[in-house]
Design a protein around this ligand. Sequence first.
Ligand SMILES: CC(C)CCC[C@@H](C)[C@H]1CC[C@H]2[C@@H]3CC=C4C[C@@H](O)CC[C@]4(C)[C@H]3CC[C@]12C
Length: 451
Amino acid sequence: MEFFNAANDSSTVITVTDCSHAPHRLSGGNHSVASGALPNNWSQEEDGSLGYSVQQWRRVRRSCIPEKPNPSLSLWSVIKTCLGKELCKIPMPVNFNEPLSMLQRLSEDLEYSELLDRAAGCHSSVEQLCYVAAFSASSYSTTAHRTGKPFNPLLGETYELDRLEESGYRSLCEQVSHHPPAAAHHVFSQRGWTLWQEITIDSKFHGKCISVMPLGTIHLQFHSSGNHYTWSKVTSTVHNIILGKLWIDQSGDINIVNHVTKESCRLKFSPYSYFSRDASRKVTGVVTDSENRARFVLSGTWDDKIESAKIVESSGEASEQRTVYPTEAPKQLWKKYPLPENAENMYYFSSLALTLNEPEDGVGPTDSRLRPDQRLMEAGLWDEASAEKQRLEEQQRERRRRRRGKENEGYHPLWFERRTDCITGETSYVYKGGYWEAKESQDWSMCPDIF
Ligand SMILES: CC(C)CCC[C@@H](C)[C@H]1CC[C@H]2[C@@H]3CC=C4C[C@@H](O)CC[C@]4(C)[C@H]3CC[C@]12C
């Protein structure tokens, strides 16, 4: 087998287009053009949903990536001297990565965007809140076995997820700060909602486990009603750092507030307990209205499904102690899709995750898909990936030094700007526009060269 060393030529794209597990070398980005004039990643489908048959072209996205190689290197041996440190300050070889950047990982929260489409169509705002709550829990659906560390994006790295045609939304992330690492995210959906957030990750290595605390507020607004929701994330804990198989637990509360109607929902994620396994991965919550009356009960698990049940007599006030309410029959709001075939050898990626790093024409030059070390790592070329990662990081330090030299010029993100939020009072980076217009005209002259 012959592999190409991209360390000398970062314009080369290594792609794997079929499901055999050896990496193939393809040069250039033009792998999508088949012998006919049409790209081979489009397929014609018959759509009968309109009552007559239409031939439609649909993009076929990849459903596999190269299997994860398995050289055993103990995580403990690499990080045992880093007790108390933050995860992003612990130098680690790519062996512990997954072939996605943190920006791609954040975009994965949209896997169940359909819940928000449905929420947008609710007439009752308490029912809408139930769907929003189910959506917030659904972003943890594949986390239990996803123990790979996403790549820490370079400053100015971006990731677009244009699923306008398939799912009605367009999403853009940008890494807006390096120390501490922070990403800004903006999603616009034609199906009636906009979501935005800025997220920083605080983490600590405790010895036996690592706790990861994503900080920042998620905002969601529905276009027709103007209902504006906010919430934040729970703590993720990586267990078995010293011995055994790594696994991840989620614990803590998510408090979702509709700032227009003052309705709210408190979702509790119970931590894993050796003594009551039933409680593991459990999510429970109560939706209360503006008078603090309990209206819906939510229950389920973050890795399988969430149900809602309407409370019958809306008499009692919600209270911390109260856990049992008389309800109507429960209704399933969310059910996890099964993992794709062979997922256990592909970093436990979901179907959406498998498609995130697929090369795509027309994306910005700072897009995670173009990051060479990540591409090499995906292809299983770990040594080459590690070398390339070092080169990119050194180059980033050099850019930082040059900025310092120039009059204390702080860093300014390209697509996001600082604004004070009228609800939380916090300042955060919000989308200022322009990315999709630049994509439309393929004029990327404003973009830095980070790879
Ligand atoms: C060295 C190794 C073991 C450390 C691995 C740490 C990994 C598992 C951590 C680091 C950052 C974490 C992510 C931080 C933020 C979010 C967004 C949220 O909506 C879903 C969970 C998710 C996506 C976390 C999943 C777990 C995560 C990926």
